[in-house]
Design a protein around this ligand. Structure first.
Ligand code: HAM
Length: 431
């Protein structure tokens, strides 16, 4: 039997994990500055939670759930983070604790999709949810935060598309209008769109199928069905974004694939790197009816989630920088014990240290230090130990100095700060 990971679920090896860490750090720093605090929820929830929130008409619930059937339980791996956060908000009676709650989360999500570049069965999201503020300023601040986040991550060719889906009434009215519009053209639509005509005709608008796109030419726009309140919210959002100078594009065909959205929705795409056709880096919007629909107090809410794999695809393939490594190469039993103690002291002082305790040859230890990209290699033999000193090889400068053993902790910062000198093309740094 050949051991391999499940289709669409990828191992993340240490070098790639470092690229994830970089994104996660930038994400945390950015959203924490806007007052979001971290929430961690289980990967598994009752299936019913997703049916009631992500929605029975969404593709995610209809086709992409990973189900875990137990005797009397019907559980599922989470396909997104919004339902779990809403469950916690309601369960904790969060509305009674503070008027506005801002949470963020990071972690794996699961959707049984047909895997392709940028589309996986296990992928990672970083998202935020804000509860208790129904006004357009909250929407504008979130969108502005996302534009800043994209900039800090180093994404280029970025486009923030926004749209409004109106309130429940406007949408019901709009659905009827769309049905009337598409019904005479039903035969021209893809099979998938014909199905959607019954349960959610809005989804026909964001179909990638050229037949559906052609049929959608001249379709009515939702902006014309908005109530006065919906319209005021939309105008308020545009005015706030303009005041902030945030660049955006209004896309009347942006409808989003999950059932809970109301009013503002948005999606950020990037066109750089290896991103390809799955170019939505993040998406989100307002969901003012979801909490009441799940049995909670009526609470307005807005949120988004960003796909970390997609961000990495859109960024150049460069490894995140590592802290410099100090390699300890003792020769003999006593030097090994001395290096063991030294390594602990240096790590406590914040250095990254590798101790080679295999009692190997100096050559093999130096080779390993080079392979690991060590900056300094400290060599300690019986003679050096007797004299209270240690050899310090700077592998990036090809220099060697003798240090007093006692002064190693104080001299290291200065040695590590020296600029490296790149080796000539024919030189073997291991020799
Ligand atoms: P979503 O649009 O389904 O929204 O997903 C958000 C992001 O997750 C996408 O823009 C994409 O970057 C990434 N993503 C989704 N599916 C995959 C996949 N199969 N493989 C790789 N990346 C993927 C949500 O999940 C909502 N919960 C967002 C939200 C939060 N709305 C309100 N609050």
């Amino acid at each position: 039997m050949k051991l391999r990971s499940v289709k669409g679920m990828n191992d993340i090896l240490p070098e790639e994990a470092r690229r994830f860490h970089r994104l996660e750090t930038i994400f945390r720093q950015t959203v924490e500055a806007y007052g979001f605090a971290e929430l961690r929820t289980p990967l598994v929830e009752e299936l019913a939670l997703f049916q009631k929130s992500t929605g029975e008409t969404s593709e995610v619930v209809q086709k992409q759930m990973f189900l875990l059937a137990r005797e009397r339980e019907s559980l599922a791996l989470r396909p997104e983070g919004t339902p779990s956060a809403a469950r916690v908000y309601i369960g904790e009676s969060q509305h009674a604790k503070e008027p506005i709650t801002k949470w963020y989360y990071l972690g794996p999500m699961f959707r049984a999709e047909q895997p392709q570049r940028g589309r996986y069965r296990q992928f990672h999201q970083a998202g935020c949810e804000l509860y208790g503020d129904g006004g357009p300023i909250a929407d504008a601040e979130m969108i502005s935060m996302l534009v800043l986040l994209a900039e800090r991550l180093g994404l280029s060719g970025v486009r923030m598309s926004i749209n409004t889906l109106g309130g429940a009434e406007a949408r019901a009215h709009y659905r009827d209008e769309l049905r009337r519009f598409f019904e005479p053209k039903k035969e021209q639509l893809s099979a998938h769109a014909q199905e959607r005509l019954g349960d959610n005709p809005l989804r026909i608008l964001d179909s990638k199928d050229p037949r559906d796109q052609a049929a959608a030419e001249g379709a009515p726009v939702l902006l014309d069905s908005l109530s006065a309140d919906d319209r005021a919210h939309w105008q308020g959002l545009l005015a706030a974004l303009d005041a902030l100078g945030v660049p955006y594009v209004i896309d009347p065909r942006l409808v989003r694939g999950l059932d809970y959205y109301t009013r503002t929705c948005f999606e950020l795409t990037a066109s750089s790197g290896e991103i390809g056709s799955q170019n939505a880096i993040l998406g989100g919007g307002r969901y003012d009816d979801l909490l009441a629909g799940l049995g909670g107090q009526k609470t307005p809410a807005i949120g988004f989630a960003m796909g970390l794999e997609r961000v990495l695809l859109a960024l150049p393939e460069e490894a995140a920088p590592l802290p410099p490594l100090v390699f300890l190469a003792p020769m003999g039993a006593e030097p090994t014990t001395r290096c063991l103690v030294l390594a602990e002291a240096l790590r406590r002082a914040g250095h990254k240290v590798e101790l080679d305790g295999r009692a190997g040859s100096l050559k093999s230890m130096l080779r390993r230090a080079n392979t690991m990209g060590a900056r300094l290699c400290l060599v300690l033999g019986d003679t050096e130990l007797a004299e209270g000193r240690i050899q310090c090889k700077d592998l990036a400068r090809r220099e060697q100095t003798d240090l007093l053993l006692s002064e190693v902790p104080t001299r290291l910062p200065e040695l590590l700060a020296l600029p490296p000198i790149s080796p000539g093309p024919s030189e073997d740094p291991a020799e």
